[in-house]
Design a protein around this ligand. Sequence first.
Ligand SMILES: *[C@@H]1O[C@H](CO)[C@@H](O)[C@H](O)[C@H]1NC(C)=O
Ligand SMILES: *[C@@H]1O[C@H](CO)[C@@H](O)[C@H](O)[C@H]1NC(C)=O
Ligand SMILES: *[C@@H]1O[C@H](CO)[C@@H](O)[C@H](O)[C@H]1NC(C)=O
Ligand SMILES: *[C@@H]1O[C@H](CO)[C@@H](O)[C@H](O)[C@H]1NC(C)=O
Ligand SMILES: *[C@@H]1O[C@H](CO)[C@@H](O)[C@H](O)[C@H]1NC(C)=O
Length: 331
Amino acid sequence: MAIPKPYFSIVLPFGLFSVVLLLNYIVVLVSSSYSFHNQVVNEENENDLLLLHQDYTPPAPPPPPPRPPSVLSCEEDLGGVGSLDTTCQIVSDLNLTKNMYIEGKGDFFILSNVVVNCGFLGCELAVNVGGNFTMGDLSFIYAASFELLANSAYFGNGSVVNTSGLAGEPPAQTSGTPLGLNGAGGGYGGRGAACVMDKEKLQEDVWGGDAYGWSLLEKPWSYGSKGGTTSKEMDYGGGGGGRIKLSLVTNLEVNGSLLADGGDGGSHGGGGSGGSVYIKAFKMTGSGRISASGGTGLGGGGGGRVSVDVFSRHDDPNIFAHGIICRICST
Ligand SMILES: *[C@@H]1O[C@H](CO)[C@@H](O)[C@H](O)[C@H]1NC(C)=O
Ligand SMILES: *[C@@H]1O[C@H](CO)[C@@H](O)[C@H](O)[C@H]1NC(C)=O
Ligand SMILES: *[C@@H]1O[C@H](CO)[C@@H](O)[C@H](O)[C@H]1NC(C)=O
Ligand SMILES: *[C@@H]1O[C@H](CO)[C@@H](O)[C@H](O)[C@H]1NC(C)=O
Ligand SMILES: *[C@@H]1O[C@H](CO)[C@@H](O)[C@H](O)[C@H]1NC(C)=O
C-alpha cells in the first residue's frame, strides 16, 4: 500500500512569510521511509489542497463570547509587584487553580526561575497586555492553553512554556482518540500509530486515532487527543498536547522552549497526539525550540500542528511537529 507522506507547505499570502508545518501520517514501523515534499501554494489552490483531505472538522463554531473585563490586580491576584497598567512583575511561584485571563496596558514580566503553574487538564491562561511580555531565564509556565497578545515578547534562555499532555477536549465530532484496547496513539495533525495485536491484520491496515482540524490549518487551535489504553479499568493513554498562541505586534524572541507535545502513554497506553502552536509576529529571533510532536507509548501519538507567520525571521528556531512510531511492537 502507498505510504501517505507528511508534507511541508510554505504559504505566502500578501507577501508575508508564513510557514505551515505539518507532518502527517507517520507510519508504524517505517520511520525511516518518510520524507517531506515542499509545496508553494497561493491562497486559492491552498483551498484545493485542503479539499484533498477528508475533513473531520464541523463548520467553524460561532466566535466565543467576549471575555469578561479583567478585574485582576497584579499584586492581589497574582502576588506580583507593580500594576498591570504600567509594569507587573511576577516575582515568586504562582499556582493557579482556575482559568486566568490577565489584561492590562503595561509590560508583564515573569522573572527568572519563577514557575507559573496552571497544571490541571484544560487550564487556560491568557495574557493580553499593551506593552511587552518577558519570561526570564529558566522561568516556567505550565498550562493546557497559553494565549498571548502583546506588543513584543521575549522568552529567555532556558524558559519553558509547557502545555504538553495537558489538553482539554479536542473539537466536537472529531475522533482523535482511538477506540478499542490496543493502546494506539492519538491523532490530530497526523494519525496515531497502532501496533498489530491481531494476527489476521496487516500492520499497515492498523491505525490509531484520526487526523482532524483541516479547516484551521493556517491558524491551528485544537488540542491534541489522548492515546488509547490497553485496559478496561485503567486509562493509560498519554494526554493530548495543549495549545500555544502568540500574537505580537512587533518582535518575538524565543531562546527557550514552546512545547505542545503529546503525553507519554508508557508501555500500557498510546501516546497523546501533539497539540497546536500558532505564532504571528512582525520579526522573530532566537534559536529556541518549538514543538507539537506526538507522545511516545505502545502506539505513538500523531504529530500536532505548528504555524509560524512572521514578516522577517532572523535565526533558525528548531520546529518539530512529528508523530511517533510504536515503541513496543510485540504481538
Ligand atoms: C504549588 O503547588 C506545588 C504542588 O502542586 C507545591 O509543591 C508548591 O509549593 C506550590 N507553590 C505555591 C507558591 O503555592
Ligand atoms: C518593548 O519592545 C519594543 C520592541 O518591540 C521596544 O522598542 C520597547 O523599548 C520595549 N519596551 C520596553 C518597556 O522594554
Ligand atoms: C537570546 O539569545 C541571544 C544570543 O545568545 C541573546 O543575545 C539575547 O539577549 C537572548 N534574549 C533573551 C530574551 O534571552
Ligand atoms: C543558556 O542556558 C544554558 C543552561 O541552561 C547554558 O548552558 C547556556 O550557556 C546559556 N546560554 C546563554 C546564551 O546564556
Ligand atoms: C513538559 O511537560 C511534560 C509533561 O508533564 C514533561 O514530561 C516534560 O518533561 C516537560 N518538559 C519540560 C522541558 O519541562
